[in-house]
Design a protein around this ligand. Sequence first.
Ligand SMILES: [Zn+2]
Ligand SMILES: [Zn+2]
Length: 227
Amino acid sequence: MKPLKVLEGVFLVGGAGISHEADCCIYLVDIDGSLVLIDSGVGVDTERIVENVKKAGYNPEDLEYLIGTHKHIDHIGGNWFFRNSFGCKVVMHELDAGAVESGDQFTTGAQLYGVKLHPCEVDMKISRTTSLIVGQFSLSLIHTPGHTPGSISVLLEKEGKRVLFGQDIHGPIEPSWGSDVDQYCDSMKLLLSLNADILCEGHFGIYTSPEKVKAYIERYMKIYGCK
Ligand SMILES: [Zn+2]
Ligand SMILES: [Zn+2]
């Protein structure tokens, strides 16, 4: 299936129904000609994601950064492919990076999905909320632990809109995987305070008004009993 344009320079290039069925939502962001990929899917059928980058009008060789929002296989399984093929720098939080670098089949969920995680070096490990400078612009990388200890969300300001990439905001919150509900609730409060105009979520698509973004986040805060 074709990529979906979210707004100028922001595309959904992978996900169930678009690339492999087990892929998370994969977003491509054009920042003044430098390309940033947010997550890489399960690592099977990566060529379909590459095709969608091309169909969106871009050259995958221009991929500069790949942000891995957290260590789960459906988000980082393709990291090795994109890094090896296009030389992009992989960015992750240090608390989730180790599992990807060592090829941990368990805490990444690879075994559960029945796929093999190819270990992949992480070029930039962040330890706290920070900015990723891309050309003249920057993306905010926000540490939002809860679903995993090293989960990060990404905030982009483009065309007067605040676009939040909140992969797996819906959870699940499963302590046996290292989830922490208190951290999750604090992280969601932080994301609410950003008053994003658009939410690009990890499996459930795109929410296109501040009201819808707020309602979405609050719905899951209620499910997980956040006060
Ligand atoms: Zn996840
Ligand atoms: Zn996921």
